[in-house]
Design a protein. Structure first.
Lengths: 88, 267
């Protein structure tokens, strides 16, 4: 399913994802945000595959970003998980 | 005592201004421009060139999309082709931009010469554009994340990446706007509100022509920006051409990356 989520005062996150029993089976994140380093968008997608959308996901993602040295600009981890839940 | 001595020596000898290279304005297609930016980044990372500012013009007009955008979702590529407008994906994130009547700059600098925080570094560098606009008589301000606005309307968009200890930032300064043409090349998320989106964009965007009530030549705006960047970054510019290394790297990157469907259509 597809969802567009406009971050407050920020960027547009566009998600194309498929789900099976609440778990993410495929995902493509596009939009006009910034991620440093850029190639990390694919690590984020790989990290999310197999995970279940729920309360803990934003925290898990934030922790993954922190230990991987990935910086989001114009959005937060919560914005990505909000967009994901809209695509479900 | 030593501290005082160093203090007085500091005061009596003005620091020599930091020298940057200023590259002559280059007119070229979008794929070549984006390749030159990345070539400068590589050359800077290898210590082959000093921090550098350049200006360029898109010939022909072009649409660029941000690194993370979907070409298919953002750009009417068939229309771009019919109008002879180039389409290319940038190395930097951010949004889709139609480049036509504008001054475009790009700079590469040692990451250590800019604030570590990304938004702060945008502010630091964008201050060059704000300062240049001031010289043209326009009061502008930086608006996080990456815009420069005049009375609430966007006049400049900027995008940054960092790699191998080098910061690359490029950005636009609008000389004139044609929002209808812009929207004929870009797709809007919801086609039902296309007219509304055009009207709203016309309200949100401005240009030198709109602000000053006259056509501002490219060269006049470029000179103001050079002066503005010099003041904001506290640097002096020495004019020089791209090196042979940069030209060769740019040609390779153009051919193998920015002119390929693999790169432009990867999302």
């Amino acid at each position: 399913m597809h969802a567009d989520y406009k971050v407050q005062g920020g960027k547009l996150i566009r998600i194309d994802a498929s789900f099976d029993g609440g778990r993410i089976t495929s995902i493509r994140i596009t939009g006009d945000f910034f991620i440093h380093p850029e190639q990390a968008v694919e690590s984020i997608e790989r990290f999310l595959i197999g995970r279940r959308i729920g309360e803990g996901l934003a925290e898990e993602l934030r922790s993954f970003l922190g230990r991987s040295g990935i910086r989001l600009v114009g959005m937060e981890a919560e914005d990505l998980t909000t967009a994901l839940s809209m695509a479900q | 005592m030593q501290g005082r001595f160093e203090q007085s020596r500091e005061n009596s000898r003005p620091k020599p201004a930091v020298q940057w290279r200023l590259v002559e304005t280059i007119e070229a297609p979008a794929s070549a421009q984006m390749a030159m930016d990345e070539a400068m980044l590589l050359a800077r990372a290898e210590g082959r060139i000093p921090n550098t500012l350049r200006f360029f013009r898109w010939k022909p007009a072009a649409v660029t999309i941000g690194f993370f955008q979907s070409m298919e979702m953002e750009v009417d590529t068939a229309r771009a082709k019919a109008l002879g407008v180039d389409v290319v994906r940038r190395y930097t994130g951010g949004g889709a931009v139609v480049h036509d009547k504008e001054v475009t700059y790009s700079l590469v600098m040692d990451e250590k010469d800019a604030p570590e925080d990304i938004i702060e570094s945008y502010k630091h560098i964008c201050h060059g554009v704000v300062s240049g606009l001031g010289l043209l008589g326009i009061r502008a301000e930086f608006k996080p994340v990456n815009d420069i606005i005049v009375n609430g309307r966007k006049i400049s968009g900027n995008a940054q990446t960092r790699r191998s200890g080098v910061l690359l930032q490029h950005g636009t300064l609008l000389l004139d706007t044609d929002v209808k043409r812009m929207f004929s090349l870009l797709k809007v998320a919801d086609e039902k509100i296309r007219d509304k989106a055009i009207a709203s964009a016309e309200e949100r965007v401005t240009s030198l022509r709109h602000e000053l009530g006259r056509d501002v030549p490219f060269e006049e705006a470029r000179k103001a920006l050079v002066e503005g960047f010099g003041r904001a970054l506290k640097v002096q510019f020495n004019e020089a051409a791209l090196t042979g290394y940069e030209k060769a790297a740019a040609e390779r990157l153009r051919r193998e990356k920015y002119a390929t469907n693999e790169w432009n259509g990867w999302r």
